[in-house]
Design a protein around this ligand. Sequence first.
Ligand code: ADP
Ligand code: UDP
Length: 238
Amino acid sequence: MEKKEQLYEGKAKKVFATEDPELLIVQYKDDATAFNGLKKGTIAGKGVINNQMSNRLMQLLERRGVPTHFVRELSQRETLVKKVQIVPLEVIIRNISAGSFAKRYGVEEGIVFDEPTIEYSYKNDALGDPLLNARHALALKLVTKEELATIEALSFQVNDLLKEFWAGCGVTLVDFKMEFGRLSDGTIVLADEISPDTCRLWDSETKEKLDKDRFRRDLGGVEEAYAEIMRRLEEHLK
Ligand code: ADP
Ligand code: UDP
């Protein structure tokens, strides 16, 4: 499948058209941003790791019945995906307090929840991705009620599957962000990426951070953490 014109360049990926109107090619970059683009940098090798990790996880989810945009890995940084109309919501599932949750509610990081939480932000860079609830999303006509029910059910299913998978790698899935989209027939599928950029992943024993928080918080060892989490995933998939 050949790359045609570039349709979009985002903060972490480029999106290209293909000869098939239903398919796109995504290309993963090493660029990293945080705090709504305020902090910029590069993480050497990140694009390769995020591409490969996202693809392995999406394939695992597909096998367990979660529909995704994944079609085929084309190269180290490029993947063929089904073109979707992205639902402009960032869906965040949390199993343990961290990040903006800890800050917003004034609690420490690391509190293990009895049940996972779900929250939505409006995917709108100009507004700084504001938090909204399900009824706000319906009021803004970002999704239908039926779509939202599907998205919520899929999100908790993905969480259960990924939590179990990562536990097998000695890794705790703290929280993560998902994006969903509509295929041309309206089917809701998991899109975008699942990677250390979009998940908090802690070593189960030491609680060491093996994700983008190392970049956000200037903890050092960023490249090493991405390599280590990928190594564990591959070791577990052997
Ligand atoms: P951002 O737009 O936040 O800077 P990226 O750099 O990751 O993010 O850019 C990738 C873009 O492609 C995102 O806007 C994402 O919503 C979109 N996208 C992801 N998967 C698909 C897909 N299957 N079809 C269409 N768009 C997609
Ligand atoms: N996240 C993301 N993209 C965003 C915002 C959050 O991938 O634009 C992920 C982030 O990596 C973390 C989870 O969603 O795994 C929850 O992030 P949080 O709300 O705590 O925000 P942050 O601390 O990143 O500001």
